[in-house]
Design a protein around this ligand. Structure first.
Ligand code: NAP
Length: 539
């Protein structure tokens, strides 16, 4: 069936489930498995033509983990852990997608997933106490509970450049990279955006394009990923040590294997400080900041000291001092934006066929049929890549018309920022769990316990013969205030980025992810459950 053929079902034909899940990405797949274990009938509706979510859509060249592969995979099945071999320390998108397909097959999840099913609306029926979802093709399904596993970063954002649709060449967004790929070999390519996606993409495509123009608004602090294949001995060690690896991840603030040095950078001599910076610089992945002196990730002297170390590393790698200074970040604190990991990014700007354009100095005025026109010049291009990010967290919820009690929409309710209790529920939207809001850091490590908690909450409702669970308005008010208060203090709220909605014109500013560290979030959720789901109304 094509998406244009409308489905129509009689009331009797509408499938009824205990739980409807929107999405079959990392959290949707796991939620499906967990719900089955708990004896629920559950069904996932997925917009893509395949499973994998983020790892299905973000198939741009160079896309890969920058969490260690073996810390990112699921932990729920010892069998899965032992039989899946991650081939690289930081695995690329093709393998990550294969992994999630392997999981879907191994646990026979596909029979409860409807692909090519973009959910357009989800409406709470107050007479029946059930949610009804309607897909783009008109297909309907109903469930007692609704779980939005729609991802934190899945609603792509393309700025409203004048003339956007007039471009005669090929254009695409990194987060919706065509499945058939984009032919870039020998082409003149322009990339707008130098966040984690842009940095990965630019480094990879610079190897094949005839000319590359990078339109940068804000220079970022990027650090070497130092990816490498996993040899057999390391593979054996990893497999023997999964319990320790996951235990460590559970203990750290962002659920990574890296642990902060409890010393202040300023408590040691400048020589010792530099020795530590240089030692960590040689390590792979996020060790460079998450294993560093604890205060490099706090506003202040240590942060600026480490930022300057980073800036000098960039200067050492770029031949032209003018270009080097354009690539050196000066407008935000180190760590206040997500740090991209790179594999030769800065050296790209030493290539003769690569041009860096500062669009803060000379903003993009419009897209033309032939390319991009800035205040200073026009650039003729065959391909434009928008690496311009995402309408984070609320963007993917807003793509579904979600209506709760009294017909109120979640979009209206969140117009000035999300109002939730624990990031998982919003008052007036009973039995709806917005699972994409509450986790950040090493995603799967934080998301697995969250899915466990949410699914157990549903089992509690069922086993105690309630039919509804909803956040109390008071608990929601207090949590929302806590997010505002705690959020204002943390480093990643200090810059203009997706973490606080500042990348989207007109979006209310406020922390969109969990306000507490992963261990604190888990402890708070556990306390709520232990106290009979305190803060929730049960009927
Ligand atoms: P992003 O970090 O939001 O970066 C978007 C880029 O587009 C920024 O450089 C931004 O500039 C630029 N931009 C936006 N609007 C613009 C405009 N009107 N004119 C010029 N430039 C504009 O998005 P992203 O790179 O897709 O990354 C988003 C998140 O996805 C990351 O923070 C990370 O959490 C995740 N991610 C993870 C991985 C991984 O794990 N390996 C890989 C990729 C992405 P400004 O900085 O000036 O706003």
């Amino acid at each position: 069936m094509t998406s244009t053929q409308q489905q129509s079902q009689t009331a009797e034909e509408i499938e009824q489930y205990d739980v409807i899940i929107i999405g079959a990405g990392v959290t949707g797949l796991y939620a499906l498995w967990r719900l089955r274990q708990l004896g629920f009938s559950a069904h996932s509706f997925e917009e893509g033509s395949g499973v994998g979510g983020t790892w299905f859509w973000n198939r741009y060249p160079g896309c890969r983990f920058d969490s260690e592969s073996y810390t990112y995979g699921y932990s729920f099945s010892e069998e899965l852990l032992q039989e899946w071999d991650w081939k690289e320390h930081y695995s690329g998108q093709p393998e990550n997608e294969r992994y999630l397909n392997y999981v879907a097959d191994k646990f026979d999840l596909r029979r409860d997933i409807r692909l090519n099913s973009r959910v357009m609306s989800a409406v709470f029926d107050e007479n029946e106490n059930r949610w009804e979802v309607v897909m783009e093709d008109g297909y309907r399904a109903r469930g007692q509970f609704l779980v939005t596993s729609v991802g934190i970063l899945s609603a792509g954002y393309v700025p409203e450049f004048e003339g956007k649709d007039s471009f005669k060449g090929v254009s695409c967004h990194t987060g919706r990279w065509p499945q058939e790929g984009v032919d870039l070999a020998g082409k003149r390519v322009g990339v707008i955006g130098t966040g984690a996606s842009g940095v990965q993409l630019i480094t990879e495509i610079a190897k094949e394009v005839s000319h590359l123009t990078v339109f940068q608004r804000t220079a970022n602090f990027c650090a070497p990923l130092r990816n490498s294949p996993i040899d057999d001995e390391t593979q054996r060690e990893i497999k023997e040590n999964f319990p320790e690896i996951f235990k460590k991840c559970l203990e750290t603030p962002g659920s990574f294997v890296h642990e902060f040095d409890p010393r202040s950078a300023m408590s040691v001599t400048p020589e010792e400080r530099l020795e530590q910076y240089e030692r960590l610089w040689q390590k792979s992945g996020f060790a460079k900041w998450l294993s560093n002196f604890y205060d490099v990730m706090m506003p202040g002297e240590a942060n600026e000291d480490y930022a300057e170390f980073f800036r000098n590393k960039i200067r050492e790698r770029v031949n032209d001092p003018v270009v080097a200074e354009m690539l050196v970040p000066k407008t935000h604190m180190f760590g206040s934006k997500r740090l991209p990991c790179e594999s030769g990014y800065y050296e790209v700007f030493n290539q003769d066929n690569v041009l860096l354009v500062d669009v803060r100095e000379a903003p993009i005025e419009r897209i033309t049929p032939a390319g991009i026109k800035t205040k200073d010049a026009e650039y003729n291009l065959d391909v434009i890549v928008f690496a311009t990010g995402f309408d984070a967290v609320t963007g993917s919820l807003n793509r579904v018309d979600i209506r709760g009690e009294g017909g109120q929409t979640l979009k209206d309710k969140f117009a000035n920022g999300p109002r939730t209790y624990m990031g998982v529920q919003s008052a007036g939207f009973p039995n709806l769990f917005t699972i994409n809001q509450a986790s950040v850091g090493n995603f799967v490590r934080a998301a697995e316990p969250l899915v466990d908690w949410v699914t157990e909450a549903m089992a509690y409702v069922r086993d105690n013969e309630y039919s509804l669970i909803s956040a109390s308005p008071q608990a929601e008010e207090e949590w929302t205030q806590h997010v505002a208060d705690a959020g204002a203090k943390i480093l990643r709220s200090q810059a203009d980025s997706w973490f606080v909605g500042a990348n989207i014109p007109g979006k209310a500013r406020g922390l969109l992810t969990a306000p507490d560290t992963a261990p604190v979030m888990r402890a708070k959720r556990d306390d709520v459950a232990a106290n009979g789901y305190e803060g929730f109304l049960l009927q």
